[in-house]
Design a protein around this ligand. Structure first.
Ligand code: BEZ
Ligand code: FE2
Length: 416
């Protein structure tokens, strides 16, 4: 028996569970309240629960889990034309130069608008990296699920105590607003920008409080050369801004500090070598792929063929390294970038990374339409019929930028 009063009954021409097994259900239906009660074909569910009214999502409709944008920086939402692209160090220098101005322009209104656009484009969960908590009010009031990563940053030894105190204050502030769809977590900016003491202390908090953790890792050639040899294009930056001439950690030593963190992710990893990727896999960590950001900042691309058995998630990064926070745009770009993989195989990999993969990276019970998962569901329609499931995911990626209906934890959301 189900309590129909609390439940929504939907069906569509296709339902994508986004579970590897039984991925496609033709004429699929879902019953849900805050969680998913049942999933199957419309015929199966009508037989099991005949007395209820099922709502059709329309001709050529698709039902699937809401999208998970696992890595964004909302505090950079004001950037359009201010930053330099093509080389990571040039970009970083331009960020240092424009930072104050961009952060000031990223008002609550600007951030609210970006969150609303994300909702309209099917994103129901984000992993938001916050440097200053300037995005917190927006993240608390949005209906989107937010895993809110309070970021630790700073490599200067004489600043470490102050930085740690500031970090704890930010985390405390976020914790005071913890609720079902606002989940505080911890970000370590990167191996080159966080002092080892700060990394150790912050990870200790993550372990004690069972918080998800995320870090940028091996994003550029400059980072790799600096971490391994204290050489390359980072040298001048560290000398000029931080009076440092030696990297404080090696990549593997950095990774090995993350043992026993349950919900762990590393963003980018485009320059990670075989040993580093193996270590990430053994940590049971996820890799968050941000293809537009990699294209813009250092013209590189993650080699997806080297990631067997590592969970893949997808992110837009911030508007400091993208022109859109619409995850369907990101999926479409990734689809055209990874030319080494057959379109239909790649389409499935990308849609999985934007749903199930993202939920695992953030440690959430979401991303799959299956009994007892959170009912974060989107529906939209294709411009024409698609009979064959082999071609369906490619068609979705080619033709979707907006959704018609969004449910988050069972509640229908109207973008404002
Ligand atoms: C730092 O605060 O130490 C830092 C920030 C960004 C890049 C590199 C270092
Ligand atoms: Fe990032």
């Amino acid at each position: 028996m189900i309590n129909a009063k609390d439940c929504t009954f939907l069906y569509a021409d296709w339902l994508l569970t986004c579970d590897e097994k039984k991925f496609f259900i033709k004429d699929g239906a879902v019953i849900f309240n805050k969680n998913i009660v049942d999933v199957g074909t419309l015929a199966e569910l009508k037989k099991k629960y005949p007395e209820y009214e099922y709502k059709y999502c329309g001709k050529n409709s698709i039902l699937m889990p809401g999208l998970v944008n696992s890595h964004i920086h909302l505090e950079f939402s004001a950037n359009k034309t201010q930053l330099k692209y093509g080389n990571f160090m040039d970009w970083l220098n331009s960020v240092v130069q424009k930072r104050e101005d961009l952060i000031e322009k990223a008002t609550e209104k600007v951030i609210d608008e970006e969150l609303n656009k994300m909702l309209q484009s099917g994103t129901t969960t984000i992993g938001a990296i916050s440097s200053h908590n300037f995005d917190m009010t927006s993240c608390i009031k949005t209906p989107i699920n937010v895993v809110y990563f309070n970021e630790a940053i700073g490599s200067k030894a004489d600043m470490v105590d102050t930085l740690f105190t500031d970090f704890k204050a930010k985390l405390k502030n976020a914790n005071e607003h913890k609720k079902d769809n606002f989940i505080p977590a911890i970000a370590i900016h990167s191996p080159y920008s966080v002092h080892p003491f700060l990394i150790r202390e912050v990870l200790q908090i993550a372990k004690e409080k069972h918080l998800a953790v995320s870090a940028h890792f091996q994003e550029s050639k400059g980072e790799n050369e600096w971490l391994n040899y204290s050489k390359g294009e980072f040298t001048l930056f560290f000398k000029n801004f931080l009076n440092q001439n030696k990297s404080l950690t090696k990549p593997l030593d950095f990774l090995n500090q993350f043992k026993d963190i349950k919900n762990l992710s590393f963003t980018h990893c485009v320059e990670a070598n075989k040993d580093e990727l193996e270590t990430i896999k053994n940590l049971d960590a996820s890799i968050i792929h941000c293809p537009n950001s990699n294209r813009l900042l250092s013209n590189t691309i993650l080699n997806l063929e080297h990631l067997e058995n590592t969970n893949l998630a997808l992110g837009t990064d911030g508007l400091s390294s993208n022109n859109s926070l619409n995850l369907f745009d990101e999926i479409r770009n990734a689809f055209f970038m990874h030319t080494e993989i057959h379109p239909n195989i790649l389409a499935k990999k990308l849609l999985l990374s934007a749903t199930k993969g993202g939920a695992k990276a953030l440690g959430l019970n979401k991303g799959i339409l299956k009994k007892d998962k959170d009912a974060d569901i989107i529906s939209f329609t294709l411009p024409d019929t698609c009979e064959n499931e082999d071609d369906l995911l490619t068609a979705i990626i080619l033709h979707t930028t907006k959704v018609n209906q969004t449910y988050i934890q069972g509640k229908q959301i109207e973008p404002s």
